[in-house]
Design a binder for this molecule. Structure first.
Ligand code: PSV
Ligand code: MN
Ligand code: MN
Length: 430
């Protein structure tokens, strides 16, 4: 039997913080009431909000220079599931995890499904990986995968994606996320038009294998590993592909995958408008695809994204059903602490967006009252919604203060004893 945080410890820790929380929650409720907002309505929406944890996020990440593993790292997908379950146990915000294949491939997928069920965790989108070569793989992805000049390589990459769907079906997943690193490092290396043809040919085969109730999420990324051109570099290309493929194809927005200064919330708004927003990979960045913890660098941008999402939900935008996921790399923090904090920061942005007086904002916009519109939006962002987030966790049986409870439990020390260090990377992150 491996160590799990006892619910009695959560109850004990919560008892110590309950009176202060009740006080803060009622004060915030009164403040929101003065602004015409109902705290209970916001809390209910936060309780219902969920964001998936990436299985690759619970192992320590690394850069191309080094990886500094921490104690008690997960040694494989079964350990990863345990850590994902612990994040959900304390935050009550992450009921699903998103697996990546072949990193999470096991001999018996049924056993994986059983283990997740026993831990109270479900599966979100499955992710394929044709951006690395795996030991024993017949053909290399060095010069591309779904868009490689060789049909044999393209076929291998297509077959891998189809296998991911088959595994995902056994896990109860309903979506496949496809991100490819394909592109070129130098002008002249490849024909920019031809590679897109190959992408469409390959994706059409994958699309044809999707069960009727599944979606495929196309994830664009500006650059890296390709530094001159990337085949699916931006939301325009992604949308062209999704529209050509059919109604089960959607465009996924990873916050780190855009040019500096790009207005990501406007991209979100446009994708909602055409009914093609798949969802998100949340993370934060200062320079590029930094994969830092969500909300740690630019929480106002995260809030602006949620402002569009709340706006869309409230106007009943057709087909609006985004999948929320974290996609981060934790190089210097305990991954469990980072993922708990990030899930809470995503919830925070959502609650802040719910704390905007939308009727007043619409009136200000109608009257071209720039300053008032700006202030009304900012009023949501500067609202300290922490008591709502803590109350939502408390009501769900989670921890009022997840970080303090996690540290008090000694979970990491216990896992370090249970999981003696294995050689190499266990996270799949290199
Ligand atoms: C690529 O940078 C990416 O954001 C894709 O989502 C991958 O699947 C993930 O990172 C993991 O490496
Ligand atoms: Mn991503
Ligand atoms: Mn990325």
């Amino acid at each position: 039997m491996t160590y799990r945080i006892p619910d009695s410890l959560i109850a004990e820790q919560n008892a110590a913080g309950a009176a202060a929380l009740a006080d803060d929650y009622s004060a915030l409720g009164r403040q929101l009431e003065r602004r015409g907002l109902d705290i209970e309505a916001i809390t209910t929406k936060v309780v219902d909000f969920a964001v998936a944890v990436p299985t690759w996020g619970v192992g320590t990440g690394g850069t191309r220079f080094a990886r500094f593993p921490g104690p008690g790292e997960p040694r494989g997908v079964f350990d990863k599931l345990e850590d994902c379950a612990t994040i959900h146990q304390l935050t009550r915000a992450t009921p699903t995890c998103s697996p990546h294949f072949p990193w999470d491939k096991v001999r018996d997928t049924g056993e994986l499904a059983e283990r997740a069920k026993a831990l109270g965790i479900g599966f979100d989108a499955v992710n394929s990986n044709t951006f690395q070569d795996q030991p024993g793989q017949p053909l290399s992805y060095k010069f591309g995968s779904l868009t490689h000049a060789s049909k044999a390589v393209r076929d291998q990459a297509v077959a891998h994606n189809i296998e991911c769907i088959a595994i995902g079906e056994k896990l109860g997943s309903k979506a496949l996320t496809v991100w490819i690193g394909d592109g070129s490092n130098f002008p002249g290396q490849s024909n920019l038009n031809r590679v897109f043809d190959w992408y469409m040919e390959s994706l059409a085969q994958i699309y044809a294998s999707l069960p009727r109730d599944w979606r495929v999420f196309l994830e664009h990324k500006l650059n890296e590993p390709a530094f001159y051109s990337t085949v699916i570099a931006d939301w325009g290309t992604s949308l062209m592909a999704a529209e050509a493929l059919g109604p089960q194809a959607f465009c996924l927005v990873d916050l780190g995958h855009h040019a500096p200064n790009v207005n990501i919330e406007q991209i979100v708004s446009r994708l909602i408008r055409v009914g093609r927003l798949a969802g998100f990979h949340f993370n934060d960045s200062k320079y590029g695809d930094d994969d830092l913890d969500a909300g740690s660098i630019d929480p106002f941008r995260l809030f602006r994204v949620f402002n569009e999402l709340v706006d869309a939900a409230e106007r009943g935008a057709p087909g609006f059903d985004p999948a929320y996921m974290l996609d981060q790399s934790h190089n210097v923090t305990d991954p469990i602490e980072s993922l708990m904090d990030s899930a809470i920061e995503v919830q925070r942005a959502y609650a802040q967006a719910l704390a905007v007086d939308r009727a007043a904002l619409a009136d200000a916009q109608e009257a071209s009252d720039v300053m008032l519109g700006r202030r009304l939006l900012k009023a949501g962002f500067v609202t300290d919604v922490s008591p709502i987030l803590a109350e939502a966790r408390r009501r769900g049986g989670g921890a009022i203060d997840p970080l303090a409870t996690y540290r008090a439990s000694g979970y990491r020390t216990r896992k370090a004893e249970e999981r003696p260090a294995a050689a190499g990377s266990s996270s799949g992150i290199v």
